[in-house]
Design a protein around this ligand. Structure first.
Ligand code: HEC
Ligand code: HEC
Length: 289
């Protein structure tokens, strides 16, 4: 196991040695052209115009090179999530051939935006083997995204588009009242069946949950900030239960809960993990149903 830790630490640091880049993240693939994006504006619109054919062949080759040097050790040569390190990891690396991504801005079951993949690659997924490639040249991250997308036929299937992005709406301010309302939503929406009445990840339904590949799922303890992969701000938390985490049992509540209810719920989840006074979610009776 020690050897694996060294390998992971080595790869996590690898970004620091990559050539440093100048540019703002660029468009990485023709597939994104078809996105229809709602209220919040198009996150891809800040990107440069699509690449010429010759450029995109070159960029894909760069992506492939970095992929096989850095990512394939976990994600596998063909992207099936079966690299040599995978067997040592409790949470298995993503199988890119299925294109089921957890952290997205898009509706349940849909493909992610490039921006979503960009966030997962540069931010990593704390508490799992997925390291943050925060130092990597943004251009190379874009090349990697292009290559990762080429590993699944779904990204070039026109029936997958347009993508429907989840509306962020207007955040509800973080107040005691909002956290209290969020607690009521948590109970009403039955989040506790998996996450437990106190958010500790010990609800009656946690046993025997598996992802789409049959790997065991671990229901996070929402009171422990360390067990969070990306849910560090109300907006990120809001997105998690508005989109659902593809390939897992964590559902989307976009249709079941109003926007305001989802914001109150996000504030409650933050209160649970941060234990910030006076909005400490734990001050609110945790056994009320
Ligand atoms: C040391 C192992 C390891 C390495 C190296 C690694 N990953 Fe991962 N990666 C993982 C694991 C494990 C997960 C799954 C985490 C989870 O499901 O919670 C993951 C998940 C992902 C995801 C899915 C995010 C989502 O929303 O579902 C993407 C994208 C990704 N990795 C890209 C990359 C890229 C690109 C590289 C190379 C630059 C890379 N990874 C290198 C282990 C690794
Ligand atoms: C059927 C079981 C189930 C239900 C019901 C459920 N969750 Fe989850 N939830 C999960 C699992 C499993 C994960 C972890 C998925 C993964 O990353 O592998 C998760 C992940 C999360 C995360 C992400 C934490 C992180 O890693 O950053 C948040 C936040 C969350 N759930 C909140 C909620 C809320 C709020 C509700 C109710 C609206 C809810 N969940 C309902 C099973 C469930």
């Amino acid at each position: 196991m020690a050897a694996v830790v060294v390998i992971i630490a080595g790869y996590a640091g690898a970004g620091a040695f990559l050539p440093s880049g100048d540019s703002f993240p660029e468009q990485s693939g023709p597939a994104q052209k078809n996105n229809s994006v709602s209220a919040q504006g198009d996150p891809n619109s800040q990107m440069n115009p699509p690449l010429s054919h010759a450029d995109s062949i070159e960029r894909m080759a760069i992506g492939e090179k970095y992929y096989s040097n850095i990512c394939s050790v976990c994600h596998g040569d063909e992207g099936k999530g079966d690299g040599p390190v995978a067997k040592f990891l409790k949470i298995k690396p993503r199988d890119f051939t299925r294109a089921q991504f957890k952290f997205r801005s898009t509706a349940s079951g849909q493909l992610p935006l490039d921006e979503d993949l960009y966030g997962s690659i540069t931010g990593g997924m704390p508490g799992t083997g997925m390291p943050p490639f925060a130092q990597m040249d943004p251009k190379i991250v874009r090349d990697l995204i292009m290559y990762v997308k080429s590993l699944s036929p779904r990204f070039s299937d026109p029936t997958e588009y347009p993508l429907d992005t989840v509306k962020i709406g207007t955040p509800v301010p973080y107040t005691t009242e909002s956290v209290r309302r969020g607690r009521a939503v948590y109970v009403k929406a039955k989040c506790w069946t998996c996450h437990g009445m106190q958010g500790k990840g010990d609800g009656p339904a946690v046993d025997n949950q598996f992802d789409d590949k049959g790997n065991k799922l671990y229901t996070p303890d929402l009171t422990n900030a360390w067990s969070k992969k990306v849910g560090f701000t109300p907006e990120l938390v809001y997105k998690i239960f508005s989109t659902g985490l593809n390939g897992t049992t964590m559902p989307s509540y976009r249709d079941g809960l109003t926007e305001n209810e989802r914001w109150d719920l996000a504030n409650y989840v933050i209160a649970l993990s941060e234990r910030r006074k006076p909005y400490d979610g734990l001050d609110i009776p945790q056994d009320s149903q």
